[in-house]
Design a protein around this ligand. Structure first.
Ligand SMILES: [Zn+2]
Length: 440
């Protein structure tokens, strides 16, 4: 571990640019906004009612046909990989990418326009350390189409990649460490390329209205058709590296490891992102209880019950496994078939009610509040719950990891907490809770 941890970064100010959307051919404006720590990258659809946002996380991946599409509910954002590559490689951890259409402007088919945008907005350090995924054991993914990606331990983020078209035409190889300067110089200008036989059916069906030789290189036979000559002799493999960086940004953590990719594509990249996320979740689940620091570690059920007034059947925390800081902790709740609510919710089909998960989040947040106030003579009343989302059913036998973080406390009387529940490798529910305090 370095003496000074690397800090999270966001953009210094809002910056925007406009262009054409690849699939619809319409004009779109993209705005990059600063965002707080631990926010990650979110896309906002300014053109839809209530301006929904979508987390750029692998859990939200929808399709990988030609480009990477993410979505939540019925809302979609297409072709996110080049923006994500630029943000990730240029060192932006937290930002809102606002658009008035369902995909970003395609630019010239490279990440150049997004790098320029990040530079226009500036990059500033924040006051929380970055989160990393450190590769410990070699992992790999393989697809039927011949893609193979191996992830090896390394103390830097490196990518070594090969590319080969049909009949192994244009076989290329490049290996590099991913740094902001290296990305800007070597990778960002590399444009999207397509093989004519692959896009002909799409052109016939009019599915790529905004596509032209201005935003993609078309390879027909051994001929390279593009508006501007090749920017690098090995431009294709460079673009493959660009796509890998963008797709792996869906992990939501910086990777310390060496990606060795043979003929990668969005599907294989996404499989690796999924495998990394699963491994990270497995580590958090098994590693956290072992790393309780002495003196300021977790709370057992007796200590929990000294703090919380709740009792059966409404005590929804079994243990606090760790306090990350004064304002952040993780509790667990083991859900068994003996929970009283399963009798009626639903007979023959037991699913934990979402409101009970909100209650569990509120109880873990209350423990933080009491610990901070250092008194239990007052009681925290739950005032409101915003941004509540139930993503996956919680079933008997599940262990819920309840994460709570105090985000704001106004004076003595009001406090706000951001919470989420995790089961296995997925967030099952989340909410922003507000509390007020009253004397008991
Ligand atoms: Zn691409």
């Amino acid at each position: 571990m370095a003496a000074t941890p690397e800090l999270q970064q966001t953009v210094g100010k809002t910056a925007s640019f406009s262009g054409t959307a690849l699939h619809t051919g319409e004009k779109v404006t993209l705005k990059l906004h600063p965002a707080p720590v631990d926010h990650g990258i979110k896309f906002r659809r300014k053109d839809l009612q209530d301006e929904p946002t979508i987390d750029a996380r692998i859990e939200n991946l929808k399709t990988v046909e030609r480009a990477t599409t993410i979505g939540e509910g019925s809302v979609r954002v297409h072709t996110v990989e080049h923006v994500l590559a630029a943000l990730s490689a240029m060192g932006v951890d937290n930002a809102v990418v606002e658009m008035d259409a369902n995909e970003p402007p395609i630019g010239d088919g490279s990440a150049q326009a997004y790098v320029d945008l990040v530079k226009k907005a500036g990059v500033t350090a924040q006051d929380e350390p970055r989160k990393f995924f450190v590769v410990r054991d070699t992992m790999h993914v393989e697809s039927k189409t011949g893609a193979l990606i191996v992830l090896l331990p390394d103390n830097k983020f490196r990518i070594s990649c090969t590319q080969a078209g049909p009949d192994n035409r244009f076989a290329q190889f490049l290996s590099m460490e991913v740094t902001p300067a290296g990305f800007e110089r070597e990778i960002a200008p590399a444009r999207t390329f397509v093989f004519y036989e692959d896009v002909k059916p799409l052109m016939d069906k009019n599915l790529i209205k905004g596509g032209s030789l201005e935003n993609a290189i078309v390879v027909r036979g051994d001929a390279v058709l593009s508006k501007e000559p090749l920017r690098f002799a090995d431009e294709f493999v460079r673009h493959k590296i660009l796509d890998i960086i963008g797709d792996l940004a869906l992990v939501g953590r910086r990777i310390r490891g060496h990606v060795v990719a043979v003929k990668p594509g969005h599907a294989a990249n996404a499989d690796l992102a999924r495998a990394i996320t699963r491994e990270q979740t497995r580590r958090s689940a098994v590693a956290t209880p072992r790393t309780i620091p002495s003196g300021d570690g977790g709370l057992d059920i007796d200590q929990v019950m000294q703090i919380l007034p709740h009792r059966f059947p409404f005590l929804m925390v079994d243990r606090i496994i760790s306090f990350e800081t004064e304002t952040k902790c993780v509790g667990i709740k083991t859900v068994t078939i003996n929970e009283p609510f399963f009798q009626g919710h639903f007979p023959g089909h037991p699913v934990m009610p979402g409101v009970m998960q909100v209650e569990a989040m509120a109880q873990v947040a209350s423990i933080l509040l009491f610990k901070l106030a250092k008194t239990t003579s007052r009681i925290g009343y739950f005032m409101s719950a915003d941004e509540v989302k139930f993503r996956k059913p919680v079933l008997p036998g599940d262990t819920i990891f309840i994460h709570a973080e105090l985000t704001k406390s106004r004076g003595e009387r009001l406090a706000k907490a951001k919470c989420h529940c995790v089961v296995n490798d997925a967030i099952v529910s989340e909410a922003e809770l507000m509390f007020t305090f009253l004397d008991k």
